[in-house]
Design a binder for this molecule. Structure first.
Ligand code: DGL
Length: 270
C-alpha cells in the first residue's frame, strides 16, 4: 500500500534531476511534479518572494494527495522555512542530505559550493557544514548564468559558451584547491560533464538531487510510507506556464519522453 505519490517541486526543470534519482532509488513510487515555469528563476528573487512561492508550490502538491513533499530546489531549501508543520506531512529540502554526503567525501577538508545567488547569499550549505566541521574550508560561488543555460538546453560540454561560463565560475574552486564540489542547485547536474572537464578527475561532484533521493527513501521508510506493492506506476507533471518548452527539455533531465503528460495550472490559486 501507500500508493500515494511523492510530491516534488522546483522553479522549473531542475527538480527533474531529483525525480530521476527518486525513480532510480524507488522504482515503485508514483510522482507528482510541479515546475514553476511561469516564475522561474527563483535564485535571483528575494527571500520573501521565494518563501511565498515555496508555500504555494507545496500547497498545490498537498492538494494532489501526495504522502511526502520534496523541495527539489537548492534555493527554496536555503531560504524558505521548513514546511513540515504547516503541511502536516514529511517534507525535505536538499541542503541537509547533500552536506551529509559532502563532509564524508572530502579528504582535504576543502569543499566548494556552487548555487544560485540567493542560495550562496544565505550560506546555507556552508553553515550546515561548519556546524559539524568548523575546521573545514568552504568556498562559495554563485553561478547565476547556469540556470538560464540549462533551462535553454545549453549543456553540451563542447559548446564554447558553456565551456567559458564554467571556466569563469570554477576559477575560484581551482585557486582554493577544493577536492569536493556541492552542486547546490538541482539544475547543475546537467552541467556536470562540463564542470568535471574543467576541474579534473581529482574533484568529486556531489549531486543534490541524488543525495535527496536517498534521504527521501529513508524518511519514507521511517514513517512506514514506502510503497510495498509493485503495481503500475505513474508520474504526473504540472507547470505554471505553457507545457511546450518543459516537454521539450524534460527528456534531457529524465532521459525519457513525457509528451502529453504535462498540464498547466494557475499556481496563484494556492
Ligand atoms: N533548481 C533551483 C535550485 O536548485 C532553482 C534555480 C532557480 O530557479 O534560480 O536552486
Amino acid at each position: 500500500m501507500h500508493n500515494e505519490a511523492i510530491g516534488v517541486f522546483d522553479s522549473g526543470l531542475g527538480g527533474l534531476t531529483a525525480v530521476r534519482e527518486i525513480l532510480e532509488t524507488m522504482p515503485n513510487e508514483n510522482i507528482v511534479y510541479f515546475g514553476d515555469t511561469g516564475r522561474v528563476p527563483y535564485g535571483s528573487k528575494s527571500n520573501e518572494t521565494i518563501s511565498k512561492y515555496a508555500i504555494q508550490d507545496a500547497r498545490f502538491l498537498k492538494k494532489m494527495g501526495v504522502k511526502m513533499i520534496v523541495a527539489a530546489c537548492g534555493t527554496v531549501s536555503s531560504v524558505a522555512p521548513d514546511l513540515t508543520e504547516e503541511l502536516g506531512m514529511p517534507y525535505t529540502g536538499v541542503v541537509y542530505p547533500t552536506c551529509y554526503t559532502a563532509v564524508r567525501t572530502t579528504k582535504n577538508g576543502r569543499i566548494g559550493v556552487i548555487g544560485t545567488a540567493a542560495t550562496i547569499a544565505s550560506h546555507s550549505y556552508k553553515n550546515r557544514i561548519r556546524e559539524k566541521h568548523p575546521e573545514y574550508t568552504v568556498v562559495e560561488q554563485a553561478c547565476p548564468l547556469y540556470v538560464p543555460l540549462v533551462e535553454n538546453g545549453m549543456t553540451d560540454p563542447d559548446d564554447e559558451i558553456v565551456r567559458l561560463v564554467v571556466k569563469r565560475y570554477m576559477a575560484v574552486m581551482k585557486e582554493n584547491d577544493v577536492d569536493t564540489i556541492i552542486l547546490g542547485c538541482t539544475h547543475y547536474p546537467l552541467l556536470s560533464e562540463a564542470i568535471r572537464r574543467e576541474m579534473g578527475d581529482g574533484v568529486t561532484l556531489i549531486d543534490s538531487g541524488k543525495e535527496t533521493a536517498i534521504y527521501t527513501k529513508k524518511i519514507l521508510e521511517e514513517n512506514g510510507l514506502l510503497r510495498t506493492d509493485s503495481g503500475e506506476t505513474e508520474a504526473r507533471f504540472f507547470v505554471s506556464d505553457t507545457p511546450a518548452d518543459f516537454e521539450k527539455y524534460a527528456g534531457l533531465f529524465l532521459r525519457r519522453n513525457i509528451h502529453n503528460h504535462v498540464q498547466q495550472i494557475n499556481i496563484e490559486e494556492y
